[in-house]
Design a protein around this ligand. Structure first.
Ligand code: GNR
Ligand code: NI
Length: 175
């Protein structure tokens, strides 16, 4: 297992379009394990492969609230390979989003509250499910990453530029 560095704005590699995973192999499963380790350490609730510099259509999510049982954190890891969103509700709901690639910045984004998606899991098994609530929010946020899209792209240009300026300023002060 390995902790992977997470790319941050304005890194142009975050703007790459990710390409399909051709076969789910042991190498894929190793990347998935490293992505979970990286996401839990951050901590975050989702991570797309492109955020660790691998532009493949692969993402991981764990919405489990922090909880410990028998000295171990409770986990609910979910893997989405080559996900396709093929239906969404007309109704959007707002949610305050953050992103590990846009450090310490949060803003409200509207997205469909109900989607249908198909994907493969880490064993190459097909899934086809209706998804709502927090999982719908995070899955859409992660699927945006596969297209090189960040949550700040859904904001006005003014809000987006304010966020990018704040990050640049924070980085300068930390240096
Ligand atoms: O950790 C994360 N939290 C989050 C909160 C609201 C909406 C989306 C997210 S995903 C984010 C991790 C991340 O950047 N995934 O790409
Ligand atoms: Ni993100």
């Amino acid at each position: 297992m390995a902790l992977l560095p997470i790319l941050e704005v304005p890194d142009p590699r975050l703007r790459q379009i990710s390409t399909p995973v051709e076969a789910v192999t042991d190498e894929t499963r190793q990347l998935i394990a490293d992505m979970f380790e990286t996401m839990y350490a951050a901590p975050g609730i989702g991570l797309a492969a492109v955020q660790v510099g691998v532009p493949k259509r692969l993402l991981v999510i764990d919405l489990q609230e922090p909880e410990v049982e028998e000295g171990e954190p409770v986990r609910d890891p979910r893997v989405f390979i080559n996900p396709e969103l093929y239906e969404h509700s007309d109704q959007d709901v707002p949610y305050t989003e953050g992103c590990l690639s846009v450090p310490d910045q949060y803003a409200e984004v509207d997205r469909p509250d109900r989607i249908r998606a198909r994907w493969l899991d880490e064993n190459g098994q097909q899934h086809d499910e209706e998804i709502t609530g927090m999982l719908a929010v995070v899955l859409q946020h992660e699927m945006d990453h596969l297209e090189g899209v960040l949550f700040i792209d859904h904001l006005s240009r003014l809000k987006r530029e304010m966020i990018l300026r704040k990050i640049a300023k924070a980085r300068k002060q930390a240096a």
